[in-house]
Design a protein around this ligand. Structure first.
Ligand code: BES
Ligand code: MN
Ligand code: ZN
Length: 507
């Protein structure tokens, strides 16, 4: 899907051959508006008769208007054109576009739309027109190929916003694709191949470690989760180098449980199918790299994905087993269903070798986070205030919000055990926090943040499927402290800053 932007008046746009035209109608009309325009005059009449109330998302569908070439025109109110209203307006307008074979779409804004609102419009259109096709014998792929935005002010920031939004759409759709795929079509091996495919297309590095290398590294916790599965584990290392090697990278760690049965602590049957999305953290890392490949910003980013299934079997790890993690800490695995933290803790230790400026792990980690925050905000946990603030702000900006949760040491009490340095579960209370407290033990040597996306990465119910979150948050964060390498694009807003200082090594 291709997005373009051009400076055009409404009177000019109606002479274009488009399959359909969306007109974004603000509640405050610009004075320059041509009231003789056929669309404007019909809409004004509808407003006068009380048939079109100026509230975000209200639509008026018009057909075969004299002087308008598009067969259908959908007028939609954007109210004050904030990104949130823009999203609502685009979703509503799409709902009114009944023609299934829409190929070319025009979107005309009567009043100026900010760069941020433009990005919101692009992601809302992509979201609305997305369809999953991979495992259907008669797929109905998206027909929409070309979207032409038009408005009065078309400047460099808006062009850049559009280019970034287009890259973001590709990243989000990579994340959706992998999280939506059934586990037998998204094995650790296939995830690794996807990572290598993205890297190859963009000329950056991707290394895939197998059980031999992981054993040599001493990743006892990751190995313990994988030992019950027949599908071989993979540890994926992606490296995007857009800046000089001296610049410390941001490391993204994505939980890659391609299917979570719970292991010996097996989950109930109802809705267990949804545990195919337990690699959404990994999928979001793939999505970010896909977008980085397009935008080519001047930053260094490392992606780490510990990928395995969590299965019950004769070889599976048993409740009460004690394993030694790569950090040397021993872990009593009291519940084999708390496997995410076990694969992540070894990846967090591995991350130390990159001397990172920050490490962010992304994981569908706890049902407790779904209870705490629902599907609206991801849970954000961080040992570093600057990093937390930057991520929170990126989430707001991207329309992919998160909410900071506490990390008081008192929450770690329940992780104490007589049989190892730490247990992998505490009680039911504060489950998303105790999971984060477990991870924090392995992330003491750099500024660290953890995003629990159990509630936000997936939509249940009728519109069941992956959301592609938090690719937008992560990409916005990464781009917020960098310069762009793409010629012709605007330069950075803020110079690169290191998010606080790492604590000294524990002995
Ligand atoms: N993958 C699950 C968490 C999850 C639950 C993600 C619901 C998405 C939706 C995770 O591995 C898990 O099973 N967590 C347990 C932890 C418990 C055993 C301490 C949970 O949340 O129940
Ligand atoms: Mn689990
Ligand atoms: Zn899990």
């Amino acid at each position: 899907m291709n997005f373009e932007i051009q400076k055009r008046t409404l009177s000019r746009i109606i002479r274009d051959e488009q399959d359909a035209l969306i007109v974004l109608w603000p509640s405050q009309l610009p004075e320059s508006l041509d009231i003789a325009n056929p669309i404007v005059s019909v809409v004004r009449t509808a407003i006068q008769h009380g048939d079109f109330e100026l509230k975000a998302g209200n639509v008026l569908s018009l057909y075969a208007l004299a002087g308008v070439k598009s067969r259908q025109v959908v007028v939609v109110c954007t109210e004050d054109s904030t990104p949130a209203h823009m999203r609502r307006a685009i979703a509503a307008a799409w709902g009114a576009l009944k023609s299934v074979k829409l190929k070319n779409l025009g979107v005309h804004a009567l009043a100026d739309v900010s760069a941020q609102a433009l990005q919101a419009a692009v992601s809302a259109l992509a979201e609305a027109s997305y369809s999953y096709t991979s495992t259907l014998s008669k797929p109905k792929p998206r027909t929409l190929k070309q979207v032409m935005f038009s408005m009065d002010t078309v400047d460099a920031p808006r062009r850049e916003a559009l280019a970034r939004a287009q890259a973001l759409v590709q990243g989000v759709e990579v994340a959706k694709e992998w999280a939506n795929r059934p586990a037998n079509h998204a094995t650790p091996t296939l995830l690794a191949q996807a990572a290598q495919g993205i890297a190859k297309g963009a000329g950056f590095k991707c290394e895939v470690l197998g059980v031999r290398e992981v054993t040599k590294l001493g990743m006892g916790a990751f190995l313990a989760v994988a030992q019950g599965a027949t599908e071989p584990l993979k540890f994926i290392v992606m490296r995007y180098n857009g800046a000089p090697a001296a610049q410390a990278p941001v490391v993204l760690v994505g939980k890659g449980i391609t299917f979570d049965t719970g292991g010996i602590s097996i989950k109930p049957a109802a809705e267990m199918d949804e545990m195919k999305y337990d690699m959404s953290g990994a999928a979001s890392v793939l999505g970010v790299f896909k977008a980085l490949a397009q935008i080519k910003p001047a930053i260094n980013v490392v992606g780490l994905i510990p990928a395995t299934e969590n299965m019950p079997s004769g070889q599976a790890v048993k409740p009460g087993d004690v394993v030694t993690s790569m950090s040397g800490q021993t872990i009593e695995i009291l519940n084999t269903d708390a496997e995410g933290r076990l694969v992540l803790c070894d990846a967090l230790t591995y991350a130390e070798r990159f001397k990172p400026q920050a490490v962010i792990d992304i994981a569908t980690l706890t049902g407790a986070c779904v209870i705490a925050l629902g599907a609206v905000r991801s849970g954000l946990f961080s040992s570093n205030d600057d990093l937390a603030q930057a991520l929170q702000q990126a989430g707001e900006e991207a329309g992919d919000a998160c909410w900071r949760m506490p990390l008081d040491d008192d929450y770690a009490e329940g992780l104490k055990t007589r049989f190892a340095d730490v247990a992998n579960v505490a009680g039911r209370a504060g489950g998303s926090v105790t999971a984060a407290k477990f991870l924090q033990r392995f992330a003491s040597r750099y500024p660290w943040a953890h995003l629990d996306i159990a509630g936000t990465a997936w939509r249940s119910g009728a519109a069941k499927g992956a959301t592609g979150r938090p690719v937008a948050l992560l990409l916005t964060y990464l781009l917020s402290h960098t310069t762009s390498k793409v010629p012709g694009q605007a330069a950075a807003k803020t110079p690169l800053k290191t998010a606080g200082r790492a604590k000294p090594r524990r002995t």
